[in-house]
Design a protein around this ligand. Structure first.
Ligand SMILES: Nc1ncnc2c1ncn2[C@@H]1O[C@H](COP(=O)(O)OP(=O)(O)O)[C@@H](O)[C@H]1O
Ligand SMILES: [Mg+2]
Length: 257
């Protein structure tokens, strides 16, 4: 199905690490302004999928189309220049740089992007440094601190803030709530809702089912490199056997409603 508001289309992706065959024909779509969640147990291929989309582990077969144009042969910085940003699993902030330096880094990396103007869905003026700091007051207080002086929750806010300053149309988030206290998990959920309301699309990998189902418009479940379910959060919550088999949860306890 091709829709005019399709931002990202992944078609029959096959990705390997050497001889190890990880993604075994994965297809998905993210439409403009949508939050799409990928759920699945550890080791099923979620991070590999994010890495394949962002050019870090290119697929051996298949296509990744962004705004209808192939990006699967491009290096990550070229993909970033087109309006995609990544919040990697485990945050990966630069611990030797200050909070401010971390936040301004994408701006310098993307300086060349203006040569090929994007038709943005999200205004390029939305996320200035000030706007990011207004969203994350903790970071404002710690602008001069090194990344290594932040708590886990603050590091995650920094990783998300850093992804926002390039005003991406699509944000790839790999387990943003991993290892966070319930307070920060809530904050991450609120930020995703706000980011979505501003017109950004999010492709979200999550193990926190309640969080994913609360913010997602559409859900895919991955098992051993293949999707075994796709549908709306409502459709998923009506199929407890799928939740049990592929996520190892008894649905009733963890669902948001
Ligand atoms: N760099 C790598 N080299 C070889 N195998 C890898 C590498 N990264 C991940 N894998 C393997 O690929 C599979 C999928 O991993 P991953 O995409 O990280 O899963 P998930 O994010 O769902 O936990 C796992 O079997 C994992 O061991
Ligand atoms: Mg992972």
């Amino acid at each position: 199905m091709d829709r005019s508001d399709t931002l990202l289309a992944v078609k029959e992706l096959h990705t390997y690490y050497g001889d190890s065959y990880v993604l075994q024909g994965v297809s998905l779509e993210v439409h403009r302004g949508q939050v799409v969640a990928i759920l699945g147990r550890n080791g099923m291929g979620k991070t590999t999928l994010i890495r394949s989309i962002f050019g870090l582990t290119p697929p051996r077969q298949g296509e990744v189309l962004y705004r209808g144009k192939p990006i699967h042969a491009l290096p990550p910085y070229r993909i970033a220049q087109q309006g995609v940003s990544l919040v990697p699993q485990g945050r990966r902030i630069f611990k030797n740089l200050s909070v401010k330096e971390n936040l301004l880094l994408p701006t310098s990396v993307l300086a060349g992007a203006t040569k090929t103007p994007r038709q943005d869905y999200v205004a390029s003026s939305t996320w200035t440094l000030d706007a990011v700091l207004a969203e994350f007051p903790n970071l404002r207080e710690r602008l001069g601190n090194g990344g290594n002086e932040l708590s886990g929750g603050e590091q995650q806010m920094l990783a998300i803030g850093r992804a926002l300053v390039s005003n991406p149309d699509l944000i790839l988030m790999d387990e943003p709530s991993e290892g966070l206290s319930p307070l920060f998990v809530n904050h991450v959920g609120e930020i995703m809702s706000r980011v979505k309301s501003l017109g950004h699309a999010i492709l979200l990998v999550e193990q926190n089912l309640a969080l994913a189902l609360k913010v997602a418009d559409y859900v895919y479940i991955i098992s051993s490199g293949r999707f075994v379910f796709s549908g709306t959060p409502d459709e998923l919550s009506r199929q407890p056997e799928i939740l049990n088999e592929h996520l190892g949860v008894s649905g009733a306890k963890t669902l948001p409603h």
